[in-house]
Ligand binder design. Structure first.
Ligand code: SR1
Ligand code: MG
Length: 416
């Protein structure tokens, strides 16, 4: 099929005609579709057998623009190829923690994959304080498997270099460079590019103070430069709680958890993925100022979030150290080297988490956690909290020596 933008009608024709679809569903049976588009970039459809909706396929299509902005923000549909290649690798290193990829159709910019029909994107249930007890451990496991697997320690040196050339994800990296590292820290840009920040007037003064802080500016420049140049491993590249799905927790609070949407994948610094994930837990914790109905439930859920962040780091670090034992070269067996490398990741984690907390509060792409707080004063309180924690993490990141240091910085501002 030559490229055309799919809709709930044409996606049915597309599926009926695709030779690989018949491996998953009966394409001759009556089929139905539903549009599920939820993220900022793409269109997503579920196609299922009418008489047996359990038999379904998820179809995700990249269109030549950003879905939430429309044609005024052009974006190459080639991003679907980065997602396809990343998902294939993540599925190789962490099977069961990502959707099963079915096929990638380059001409149509379509990724077809396992339809996680019993799962929900985690962000909203977490704002409603649903507890997923295995969240931190699962994401820590996902991070150590995928980031070690697709690094110089897990891949042969030649394979990694060749792979890197297939992940020159220039357009989506530019979005991250602009939206996370540049625009939130500048009142106006010098290079004629638009500054897409938007923020609650209640935090104008705090933001002006932050944007005038030369120490913060220098540290963010250095984090941005690390993001652009330190090609440690193939990152997910956008690991927030909107990029994770979970089934309803069972009686022990345990769910099936899957990481989705790796279209921002590129070879970058490992701490970027870890930092984005923990920052999104902290963003939820601060937003509970405006969501939890009472002190007890607020405190309990914040404690849960800190536990998950700590557990994520612990499982990630343990998994990474275990994998070092079987690393592909004797060069990686020095325990001093391993300690130093993990410390570098931890410090990056703190710095990148700080940038994420700030950009989600004042930049182009906010989070539902904070934006959905209806009480103006409480929303401003959460936003100020994010700016304070973000600034402290950025300021202190090069002096962090344990995950407890990161937790300590956050807990100085967010009480449990
Ligand atoms: C222009 S895209 C805005 C944000 O959505 C994605 O999920 C990334 O987080 C990006 O920064
Ligand atoms: Mg996404």
């Amino acid at each position: 099929m030559t490229y055309q933008i799919l809709n709930p009608e044409t996606v049915l024709k597309y599926i009926r005609a695709h030779p690989k679809a018949r491996d998953v569903i009966d394409v001759n049976a009556p089929l139905e579709s539903a549009e599920l588009s939820d993220g900022n970039l793409n269109f997503v459809f579920r196609v299922f057998e009418k008489a047996n909706p359990e038999r379904s396929i998820l179809v995700k299509q990249g269109v030549p623009y950003l879905r939430v902005a429309g044609e005024s923000w052009p974006l190459s549909p080639a991003r679907a190829g980065f997602e396809a290649r990343a998902l294939e690798l993540q599925h190789r290193f962490a099977p069961g923690l990502v959707p099963i990829p079915y096929w990638f159709d380059e001409e149509m910019s379509v990724n077809a994959m396992e339809d996680l029909r019993h799962h929900n994107v985690m962000r909203k249930p977490m704002v409603g304080r649903t507890r997923f007890e295995n969240l931190g451990a699962t994401i820590g496991d996902f991070l150590s498997r995928t980031l070690f697997g697709a690094s110089d320690f897990g891949l042969e040196a030649k394979e990694k270099k060749i792979l890197q050339t297939r992940f020159a994800n220039t357009e989506l990296c530019e979005i991250t460079e602009d939206l996370i590292f540049t625009e939130p820290f500048e009142p106006a840009l010098l290079d004629g590019k638009p500054n897409r920040n938007h923020f609650d007037p209640g935090i104008k003064i705090a933001l002006e103070r932050l944007q005038a802080d030369l120490e913060i500016k220098a540290k963010v420049s250095s984090l941005k430069h690390r993001f652009m140049t330190v090609a440690q491993a193939l990152l997910h590249g956008d690991l927030h709680t909107g990029s994770i799905m979970a089934s309803d927790p069972d009686e022990r609070g345990v769910s099936d958890i899957r990481v989705i949407d790796p279209e921002f994948a590129f070879f970058g610094p490992i701490g970027f993925d870890v930092g984005l994930f923990v920052a999104n837990l902290f963003l939820n914790a601060s937003a509970q100022a405006g969501h939890a109905p009472d002190d007890i439930s607020r405190s309990a859920y914040r404690t849960y979030l800190f536990d998950q962040a700590r557990e994520c780091w612990a499982v990630f670090e343990r998994g990474f150290r275990e994998r070092f034992e079987n690393a592909n070269s004797i060069s990686w067996h020095s325990s001093d080297f391993q300690d130093a490398f993990l410390l570098e990741i931890l410090r990056d984690t703190a710095g990148f988490a700080g940038c994420e907390m700030i950009r989600r509060s004042v930049g182009f792409a906010h989070v539902y956690d904070v934006d959905s707080i209806s009480d103006e004063a409480k929303r401003a309180e959460a936003l100020e909290t994010n700016l304070r924690i973000g600034s402290s993490l950025i300021r202190a990141h090069q002096h962090i020596s344990s995950f407890g240091d990161i937790e300590g910085i956050v807990r100085e501002v967010i009480e449990t």
